[in-house]
Design a protein around this ligand. Structure first.
Ligand SMILES: *Cc1c(COP(=O)(O)O)cnc(C)c1O
Length: 389
């Protein structure tokens, strides 16, 4: 008999009752160090007082009124995103999948309005993940996500990640855009080399393509910069954002330059819930902290510390871990032992981690961690590796 919940997930036999900072607690009082952040979402940890306060205040005032009316919090958040990025405009939605979907529509509309409706194809990377809508699974291009859901939405071509020659060879008269994650997340914590990102920008400029970055996982501070492409000194034309920007409240955004988005006129896209007052209150509160003095530096500092300690762990357990990769507080342990087994054993020792592609153990701690949390995580990793041997 089918379960009451559509069985598309396989949750662990574990439920949490409350969270505080980097910790999650079960109803019977067990405490777990959360290095998953709900898959990169609770960027400021659980129950951060500033965002709790912002949400509570908004809850008492107004939940929803729709985009038929002006939403001051939306204006404020859009202006802050625009002021702190390449973008000139922002569309608000409720998830990463919708943010990518909006970007795909902006791409098609842009070329169509320029009289080139034949230019609709988007070159994407192999091993990518862009969400679960029909167009997003086509963009991700992974058979495991498209199988049984055909026909697959047309217009997405795939080339190996981080291979500029392959990408340039795939450009044709129908190509409209390039879509990549600057750090592949689900695919195994693979940062794109900076010269590759710069090469994408050059190719896009040369052939009149739009450059579209999916920063749903690697954006909003995760890499140690507000957006991870800043490390490479390039800017996209379109960018999908979600996960960390809502700190746990469903919130996504598609940011774009004026050039890319100028054909998106009234009625061309929309969302009933997108940009609602609750989400905007939280998004603005997240930015208060994230863009506050020294916070991005804190992430870089903690990322460096965690990375050094993980490198050291890998050195001492070469039969289990071959290396460490990632950017900022988005790190992956390249495993020899099955990543799923390591994740489960760490959970038994009260450290929550994630897996990712290519047998990687993925760590996405909240961006507010301090050295004591790094110490605690490493002690658990050390203990677990010891038990394994
Ligand atoms: C999680 C993720 C998505 C999809 O976000 P949802 O909120 O689950 O729809 C898209 N792109 C990337 C890179 C992601 O990590």
């Amino acid at each position: 008999m089918i379960s009451a919940i559509l069985p598309t997930y396989s949750p662990a036999d574990l439920a949490f009752d409350r969270g505080e900072g980097a910790y999650l607690f079960t109803a019977d009082g067990r405490r777990f160090l959360d290095f998953t952040s709900g898959i990169g979402v609770t960027s400021l940890g659980h129950a951060h007082p500033h965002i709790v306060k912002a949400l509570k205040e908004q809850v008492d005032k107004l939940w929803h009124c729709s985009n038929l009316y002006m939403i001051p919090g939306q204006q404020q958040l859009a202006e802050r995103l625009v002021a702190n990025s390449f973008a000139d405009t922002a569309f608000f939605c409720n998830s990463g999948a919708e943010a990518v979907e909006a970007g795909i529509k902006i791409v098609r509309r842009h070329h169509c309005a320029a009289g080139h409706d034949e230019r609709f194809r988007i070159i994407c990377a192999e091993n990518a993940f862009h969400g679960r809508t029909m167009a997003d699974i086509a963009a991700g291009g992974q058979e495991k996500h498209t199988r049984g859901f055909g026909p697959v939405v047309d217009g997405f071509d795939h080339v190996p990640f981080a291979n500029l020659n392959a990408l340039r060879s795939a450009i044709g008269p129908e190509t409209a855009a390039i879509l990549v994650e600057p750090v592949q997340g689900e695919g195994g914590i693979l940062p794109a080399p900076e010269d590759y990102l710069r090469g994408l920008r050059a190719a896009a400029d040369e052939f009149g393509l739009l450059l579209f970055f999916d920063e749903v996982q690697c954006g909003v501070g995760r890499s140690g910069r507000f957006f991870s492409h800043e490390w490479a000194g390039v800017t996209p034309d379109i960018m999908a954002v979600a996960k960390g920007i809502g700190g746990g409240f469903p919130l996504g955004a598609c940011l774009a330059s004026e050039k890319a988005a100028s054909a998106m006129d009234s009625g061309s896209h929309g969302s009933t819930y997108g940009g609602n007052p609750l989400a905007m209150a939280v998004g603005n509160a997240v930015l208060d902290i994230l863009l506050g003095d020294g916070f991005l530096d804190h992430i870089v500092h903690m990322g460096t510390l965690l990375r050094e300690r993980l490198d050291d762990l890998a050195q001492r357990h070469r039969k289990m871990i071959t290396g460490v990769r990632g950017l900022g507080l988005m790190l992956g342990l390249e495993c020899i032992i099955p990543n799923q087994d390591l994740m489960m054993r760490l959970r038994e020792n009260n450290l929550l981690t994630l897996t990712a592609g290519n047998n990687v153990l993925r760590l996405l701690p909240p961006l507010v961690i301090e050295e004591i949390h790094v110490d605690e995580a490493l002690a658990i990793l050390e203990k677990t590796c010891g038990e394994w041997e």
